[in-house]
Design a protein around this ligand. Structure first.
Ligand code: PEP
Ligand code: MG
Length: 594
């Protein structure tokens, strides 16, 4: 038995055979049986030959224009026949009975790390050739075989995924009825992977550092999302615990009427609780949990349709109409695509993200180009989405199908907002030309960049509503990458700066008389939720599964007590003091959290 400790982000205990997914390099590791061995080796050989042919072609083309550069490809051609490389890959497939992609990944990874220690800069540069060739071999292995996505859709009942990271775009392709739980090396409580696990209600552990290396493909593991642990080769007792589903999230109890009862504090302050969802199918969970609307639909999950193509205007229109009908008469707030450049390209083309150190560095240095900024720079998918949204708004204005609201993510200036509004007008004009006049749709912004928070008074004059996105706001205010487990200790919702910034944004909205809600993960934590109510917020959007508990907790506390508590806390200087005060007050004020 081996126990790995991480951060439990979605409770419950499950057991299953591990499927290893190395997403940074888009490599899946799985066991192959005796029968698959010869075809697997043949596949590897074919990939080597295809790669050789491609390199010869490239070399010949380059030689025509830049003869001095042609020899660069000789190094890669030589590597193809190096017994330390492709032949070693074949040995690993034979000995470890693993798929060829994984063996390529392993051998080339070891080989390229040798270059890190080389002092000669010329030789160190050759590392790029090694990873280039590895990428080519893997690409050619993919010809005609199942992609990681297809394999993940094809999992058998008892699987658990162990990944270095599990991006939302890949998670969107997994058949979650067949995956019992997952664990990742990367991630923190507010990473999208963690948010997804909670909304799917599958036990999950993140921030494990090296689980994808330690756990072997096919190995039996227990994922304990409650304790934040992954147990490889569990004892019979551990397995029995998992079989009982011990510590699973308590199912939402109470009758329909009780679940639908609106949230109020003990002294009658009405609190509006809406749901954050990632997939249109989550609507049922939102309704069941008693959500009073969808406060955040992360629409970027639509960017790849299940058919493997980007979702068209008509398809999006159908999806939005379905959501509005499903949620009627309550509102549905669609956040326009919030992706970065690489995610956009990879989702539209259904291609894996570029891998390797250089690609990651480049991505990190360009991380500010996402959300609305990217939509304005690459307007085509945005325009398609706006047209589909406005048509859906027209559809619901004709019947009794709830209300559509459009929300822009990652806004940092009034100019961007104006430009986006201009594009909404343009989309409306285009639809009018088609004979489909559309009604006015409420437009809001997510306040999640400090610049937006500091200009909230200016933005408030030009929008219909605000949503405070604390997941990003915290990371940008505190300069802590929310997905980087090494600094996750510093990711602190109770930092005085965060509480002040929330107060500032709320004040700007109240002055302008526009509604303001909060859709970050912190609202799902009952103690933090009560503090937020004390700070004056009365609208929240959260993972559906967190709504019933939020209602129970709110019913136990008095808003005037919470306001006094919040005033006290706003004077405190450190997270430690604030946490101590909040924990003590929460235990006193609420009898539920015992
Ligand atoms: C946020 O930033 O708080 C938010 C809700 O959106 P996301 O987690 O999708 O960035
Ligand atoms: Mg955000």
């Amino acid at each position: 038995m081996r126990r790995l400790i991480g951060i439990g982000v979605s409770p419950g205990v499950v057991a299953g055979r591990a499927v290893i997914l190395i997403q940074r390099a888009q490599v899946l590791r799985y066991q192959i049986g005796e029968r698959r061995l010869a075809p697997e080796l043949a596949r590897l050989e074919k990939s080597r030959e295809r790669s050789r042919q491609q390199l010869l072609d490239i070399r010949a083309r380059v030689a025509l224009r830049r003869p001095e550069l042609a020899s660069l490809f000789d190094a890669q051609l030589l590597m193809l026949d190096d017994p330390m490389l492709v032949s070693r890959v074949a040995d690993i497939v034979r000995e470890q009975r693993v798929n060829a992609e994984w063996a390529v990944h392993q051998v080339f990874h070891e080989f390229s790390s040798v270059f890190d220690e080389v002092a000669d800069p010329y030789l160190r540069e050759r590392k790029g050739d090694v990873s280039d060739l590895a990428g080519r071999l893997k690409m050619n292995l993919q010809q005609g075989v199942a992609t990681p996505r297809e394999l993940l859709r094809d999992l058998d009942e008892s699987s658990v995924i162990i990944a270095d990271e599990l991006t939302p775009s890949l998670a969107a392709q997994v058949d979650w009825t067949k995956v019992r739980g997952f664990a990742t090396d990367a991630g923190s409580r507010t990473s999208h992977t963690a948010i997804l696990a909670r909304s799917l209600e599958v036990p999950a552990v993140v921030g494990l550092h090296n689980a994808s290396e330690v756990v072997q493909a096919g190995q039996l593991v227990v994922i304990d999302g409650t304790a934040g642990a992954v147990i490889a080769d569990p004892t019979p007792e551990e397995l029995a615990r998992a079989a009982l589903g011990e510590d699973r999230r308590p199912s939402i109890s109470g009758g329909d009427a009780e679940r639908r009862r609106p949230a109020t504090t003990a002294d009658g302050l009405r609190i509006r609780l809406e749901a954050n969802i990632e997939f249109p199918d989550d609507l049922a969970a939102a309704r069941y949990a008693g959500a009073e609307g969808i406060g955040l639909y992360r629409s970027e999950f639509l960017l790849t349709g299940s058919s493997g193509t980007a979702v068209s205007e008509d398809e999006q229109y159908e999806i939005y109409c379905g959501m509005l009908e499903g949620m009627a008469p309550d509102p549905v707030t669609v956040r326009t695509f919030d992706v970065d450049e690489d995610q956009l390209a990879s989702r539209l083309a259904q291609q894996p993200l570029a891998s390797g150190w250089a690609a990651e560095q480049e991505r990190a240095s360009r991380q500010g180009l996402r959300g609305l900024r990217l939509s304005l720079m690459r307007p085509e998918p945005f325009q398609v989405q706006l047209r589909a949204l406005l048509r859906a708004a027209r559809y619901c204005s004709q019947g009794s199908h709830g209300q559509l609201r459009i929300m822009f993510p990652f806004v940092s200036s009034v100019e961007q907002l104006r430009e986006a509004r201009r594009m909404v007008k343009e989309a409306a004009a285009e639809l009018a030309r088609r004979g489909e006049a559309v009604p006015a749709v409420p437009i809001g912004v997510v306040i999640e960049i400090p610049a937006a928070a500091y200009t909230a008074d200016l933005l408030a004059r030009e929008v219909d509503f605000f949503t405070i996105g604390t997941n990003d706001l915290i990371q940008y205010c505190l300069a802590v990458d929310r997905a980087d487990e090494r600094v996750s200790r510093l990711y602190e919702p109770l930092h005085p700066a965060i509480l002040r910034v929330i107060v500032m944004v709320r004040r700007a909205a109240v002055r302008q008389r526009i509604p303001v809600s909060l859709c970050g993960e912190m609202a799902s934590d009952p103690a933090l939720l009560t503090l937020l109510v004390g700070l004056g917020l009365t609208e929240f959007s959260m993972t559906p599964a967190a709504i019933p508990m939020a209602k129970q907790v709110l019913a136990e506390v008095r808003s005037d007590d919470l306001r006094v508590l919040a005033r006290r806390i706003l004077k405190m200087a450190t997270v430690e003091e604030i946490e101590r005060e909040l924990t003590a007050a929460f235990a006193r004020l609420s009898s539920i959290h015992e």
